[in-house]
Design a protein around this ligand. Structure first.
Ligand code: 5AD
Ligand code: SF4
Length: 438
């Protein structure tokens, strides 16, 4: 059965920053085809840009699809994109007949063609992993942008941590070229962006003919108009000398490092195939703090990996106490089909995972609050990103990635010097510094 070509679309992204970036690019591409953005309930085409990293992600996608029938009995054209699409493939339309398009995270530059196929009543599936093709084909980025933007520079993973689906859903590690990245960064700056966050599953594994991420950051540093540079997410083994040095002498590189460790127990790190120890992680943090003493450290943690004993878990708590995190993400281990850890003996009972996660998060939350409280009294620059709830109120980010509410803040995209006057667990309040040097 053929249906009319969609005139409007809605992209719903789940998961990591890479997906946020992909979602933005899909929207730009469909916009360039003349389609308009609409709400989820009104769009002719709804794209679920899915995440497969944890929990029953695929189940959630199926229940989302089930809820898409509208009051008048109609339903939009439905595309499933992202990592669940890659992992489940043709199984998706078998289980959910209403799905028209399945497109993997490396193939969405072909979205307009897939939409045209679906409009003719065909089911369109594209799960190729053609590497960098999507970046080459995607249109130039849209003219109007916010204060801060993501820029994907690297994708995929060769590390094969035993719990993780990414090597299977996003493919092998690939780096975009220096020139392509600089060109896109320039386009973002021309569109008013003040801060660029370089993203990649292993962003610090970015490499190009002898250059490392440190050199890329140095090249971006030279772009006039760009005020702040960040990058996420990194692997401890890819913290090169050049990248660490950049933290010491590139002012635009913000003093924040998200460096996942997952566990503080060497036995568990080994079973996870992390290829680093708790000690080598500590040593990397020490080196970064050596060149940038005020750097805020953030991490990712998994509790309840198969075989994790109380002693292993306590080693994680000890590591957290030693490092002292400014922020962190923590998760219960979730067995992902097809990964080596999913079939390991000694899977941990859910109640134990719950209890460990609570203890871990209590410690991490306390550290984050303490970090925010220790910032009170400091004077720093805030990049204003959005309006706050009350008139005149704006919300922006400190150099350490804290959310700061600024009363009577200047317009979005401005960098303003404030005095931090109070702290809450997840944010701070700042007052525009009147006597700050202009
Ligand atoms: N179970 C729980 N957490 C996971 N992560 C990745 N895979 C899993 C899994 N199977 C977490 C890791 C990673 C973050 C992006 O998600 O902490 O750093
Ligand atoms: Fe989710 Fe990982 Fe895929 Fe990002 S890369 S969407 S976090 S599975």
């Amino acid at each position: 059965m053929s249906r009319s070509a969609p005139k409007s679309f809605h992209v719903k992204s789940f998961g990591c920053q890479m997906n946020v970036y992909d979602g933005e690019r899909m929207a730009e591409m469909l916009g360039a085809e003349g389609m308009a953005v609409a709400s989820e309930n009104e769009a002719d085409l709804v794209i679920l840009n899915t995440c497969h990293i944890r929990e029953k992600a695929a189940e959630k996608v199926y229940s989302d699809i089930g809820r898409m029938r509208r009051d008048d009995g109609s339903r939009p054209m439905i595309a499933v994109a992202g990592c669940v699409a890659q992992a489940e493939g043709a199984e998706i339309p078998r289980r959910a007949r209403e799905v028209d398009i399945v497109v993997g995270p490396q193939a969405y530059h072909r979205l307009p063609a897939l939409v045209a196929e679906a409009a003719q009543g065909k089911r369109a599936i594209d799960l190729d992993l053609p590497g960098l093709a999507k970046f080459d084909v995607l249109p130039r980025r849209a003219p109007k942008r916010g204060a801060s933007a993501f820029l994907t520079v690297q994708e995929g993973c060769d590390k094969f941590c035993t719990y993780c689906v990414v090597p299977y859903t996003r493919g092998a590690e690939i780096s975009r070229s220096f020139d392509a990245i600089l060109e896109e960064a320039q386009a973002l700056v021309d569109a008013g962006v003040r801060e660029i966050t370089l993203v990649g599953q292993n962003v610090n594994a970015w490499a190009q003919s002898g250059h490392d991420l440190g050199s890329l950051i140095r090249a971006l540093d030279a772009l006039p108009g760009l005020a702040r540079i960040r990058y996420t997410t990194s692997h401890p083994n890819d913290m090169t000398d050049g990248l660490i040095a950049a933290h010491g002498d590139i002012e635009k590189l913000m003093p924040f490092l998200h460096l996942p460790v997952q566990s503080g127990s060497d036995r568990i790190l080994k079973a996870m195939n992390r290829s680093h120890s708790a000690e080598s992680y500590r040593a990397v943090i020490e080196r970064v703090r050596g060149v940038r003493p005020d750097i805020a450290i953030s991490g990712d943690f998994i509790v309840g990996f198969p075989g994790e004993t109380e002693a292993d878990f306590e080693a994680t708590l000890t590591l957290i106490e030693e490092i002292n995190y400014a922020s962190a993400y923590s998760f219960k281990y979730s067995a992902r089909p097809g990964t080596p850890a999913a079939t390991m003996d000694e899977q941990i009972a859910p109640e134990i995972m719950d209890e460990r996660l609570q203890r871990l998060q209590a410690l991490l939350n306390a550290q984050q609050f303490a970090f925010n409280q220790a910032s009170v009294g400091k004077r720093c620059d805030i990049l204003i990103e959005r309006d706050g709830k009350r008139p005149g109120q704006r919300i922006g980010k400190s150099p350490w990635l804290q959310s700061v509410v600024v009363e009577n803040g200047p317009e979005i995209g401005t960098i303003v010097t404030v005095d931090l006057v109070s702290a809450a667990p997840n944010s701070l309040v700042g007052i525009v510094a009147i006597d700050a040097a202009a």
